[in-house]
Design a binder for this molecule. Structure first.
Ligand code: FES
Length: 292
C-alpha cells in the first residue's frame, strides 16, 4: 500500500475518537471567536497556518544544513531556537483550523499534531543538550526532530492537497460554472432579505447559487461555502462586524455580501461572488474575470 493509501486508511480509524473529540471541542468552544478568527486567517482572507509554518520549517531545515559545518554550528542553535518559538503560533493556528474540519481530517490532524509535538520536544531537547555542552547529542536530537517534522509535513500536505482542508471549496465549485450570463429568473420571485437557491448552469452539471435580494439589490454567491461546501443558500443574512453578511448554516462563517470577504470564520478564504445585472425584470449573473 502506498504512503498516501496508509494516510487515507488512518482517516477511517475511529479508535482514538474518544480522545480526539474532547480535545477538538476544547479548542473549538474554549477560544473566543475573535482569537479563532485571528488564528484562522479570516482577517487576512487566506489561511494563516501555511503562512506561519514557514518559519519553523525554514529555520529547522536551515539549522540542519548549518549543523553539518562545524564553524557554523552556533548559528544553527540560533535557528533551532527560532523554530521552537515560531512553532507555538503555528501550532495554535493549526489547532483552530483542525477543530472545524470534518472527521477524517481531524483524525489525520491528530497524527500531524502528535508528530509535531514529538519534533518540538526533540528540538527543545537539542537546545538543552547544546546548552550543557553536549553538542553531539544536540545534533542527533535536532536531526531526529527534522526527520519527524518532515514526516509530519507530509501528513499536513496530504490533509491540504488530498483532503482539501484549507482549500476554497467555493473556487472548486465555481470552476464548473458556465462563463455565460446566467438567467436566474424574475426578481419578483426572490424572497426579501434571505438567501434563495438558484441553479447556475454548468458545463456538465448545475452549480448551486445563493441569491440574496434586498429591495432592488441582488447579490449572488456560489452556493457551496468556501470552508467545507456548506449550503449557503440555506443560511441567513446577518450583520457581522458592521457588514451585511451571508452566514453559513454549518459552522457560522460569514461572508460580506458586498465582496464575498470572510468577516467571521472558520472560513479564511473569500466566497466566490458573481456580478449581477437586470434584464427585463430578470436577474442575470456571471462570474467576473473569466470572460476575456
Ligand atoms: S461549511 Fe463550514 S462554515 Fe460553511
Amino acid at each position: 500500500m502506498s504512503l498516501m493509501g496508509i494516510l487515507d486508511r488512518l482517516s477511517d480509524v475511529a479508535t482514538f475518537d474518544k480522545a480526539i473529540e474532547p480535545a477538538r471541542r476544547a479548542v473549538r468552544d474554549g477560544l473566543p471567536q475573535g482569537v479563532k478568527d485571528l488564528l484562522h486567517g479570516t482577517w487576512l482572507g487566506h489561511p494563516l497556518h501555511p503562512v506561519l509554518v514557514q518559519v519553523p520549517v525554514g529555520s529547522w531545515v536551515s539549522a540542519g544544513l548549518l549543523d553539518a559545518v562545524p564553524r557554523l554550528r552556533p548559528a544553527a542553535t540560533v535557528l533551532i531556537g527560532t523554530g521552537v518559538a515560531a512553532a507555538v503560533p503555528a501550532a495554535l493556528s493549526g489547532a483552530a483550523d483542525w477543530s472545524e474540519q470534518e472527521v477524517g481530517v481531524r483524525r489525520l490532524g491528530a497524527v500531524h499534531a502528535l508528530a509535531n509535538t514529538v519534533a518540538l520536544g526533540l528540538y527543545v531537547g537539542s537546545l538543552v543538550a547544546r546548552g550543557r555542552g553536549r553538542d553531539g547529542l544536540g545534533r542527533v536530537l535536532a536531526y531526529a526532530g527534522l526527520g519527524v517534522a518532515g514526516g509530519s509535513a507530509a501528513v499536513g500536505g496530504h490533509m491540504s492537497y488530498a483532503q482539501s482542508s484549507g482549500a476554497s471549496h467555493a473556487v472548486t465549485a465555481a470552476r464548473a460554472l458556465s462563463t455565460d450570463w446566467l438567467d436566474l429568473g424574475p426578481l419578483d420571485d426572490l424572497p426579501e432579505g434571505r438567501p434563495a437557491l438558484r441553479p447556475g448552469k454548468g458545463a456538465s452539471v448545475d452549480v448551486p447559487l445563493a441569491v440574496v435580494r434586498r429591495g432592488t439589490r441582488v447579490d449572488v454567491m456560489v452556493g457551496a461555502c468556501s470552508h467545507l461546501s456548506g449550503p449557503l443558500y440555506e443560511g441567513s443574512v446577518e450583520q457581522v462586524r458592521g457588514s451585511d453578511c451571508l452566514v453559513c448554516p454549518w459552522h457560522g462563517s460569514a461572508f460580506d455580501l458586498d465582496n464575498g470577504a470572510p468577516r467571521r470564520g472558520p472560513a479564511a478564504n473569500p466566497q466566490e461572488k458573481l456580478e449581477v445585472r437586470m434584464e427585463a425584470g430578470r436577474v442575470m449573473a456571471r462570474l467576473p474575470g473569466r470572460h476575456e
